[in-house]
Design a protein around this ligand. Sequence first.
Ligand SMILES: C[S@@+](CC[C@H](N)C(=O)[O-])C[C@H]1O[C@@H](n2cnc3c(N)ncnc32)[C@H](O)[C@@H]1O
Length: 201
Amino acid sequence: MMAGRIGAPVRALVRRSPRLNAALWDTQYALGLWGYLDEAGDGAVPLSLIETWAPHPTILDLGCGTSANLSFPRGRYRHYHGVDISRRAIETARSLDRPDASYAVADIRAYAPPDRYDAILLREVIYYLSVAEAADLLRRLPGLLTSRGRILVQIYDVQRSGQFVAVIRDCGLAVTTWLPPDAGDGAPDAFFVLTPAVAES
Ligand SMILES: C[S@@+](CC[C@H](N)C(=O)[O-])C[C@H]1O[C@@H](n2cnc3c(N)ncnc32)[C@H](O)[C@@H]1O
């Protein structure tokens, strides 16, 4: 993963400043370092999973990147709202002209969205926060869900992201794990569905 190319101490320092953090992500997008994500093959998974608890959902995608890798056919969702700290990524997302969509350039650590959502996505983003920030975010997100809402967290490599998997498991929400069917025993990729206690299972 590209994250490994930048030293952890530098990342921690940059992360403290939203402006520096945004500039770093913009630079990475400008250099095309994340272009490969746009062709990533699991783009249909998030909506298929969401439809198991919320057909025709409203969706908040935190740290959405360009969102180009999401397969969201027209009519299968009510509204998509993508948020990313990188202005450049959001410009690309807007240029896709996805129907029924809106976007915001913002730091998800402090972002207050305009609505409540049936699904909140955190795809490949939680490990760009500190462990404490990730825990804070997961405590806050249930307040942004509709009564049928759930949170979907995608982790690229669960073995390397053990601390964040622990945060997910300890966040006080019911957790179910979905692994891609073709993944073997050493499957690095996982989706975690977090259900607040009030939601029906
Ligand atoms: C690995 S990319 C994943 C993009 C997209 N979610 C996907 O799975 O294709 C991580 C994204 O998180 C965004 N990001 C990192 N820290 C953020 C923060 N504090 N607030 C908002 N976005 C952030 C980056 O700009 C980047 O677009």
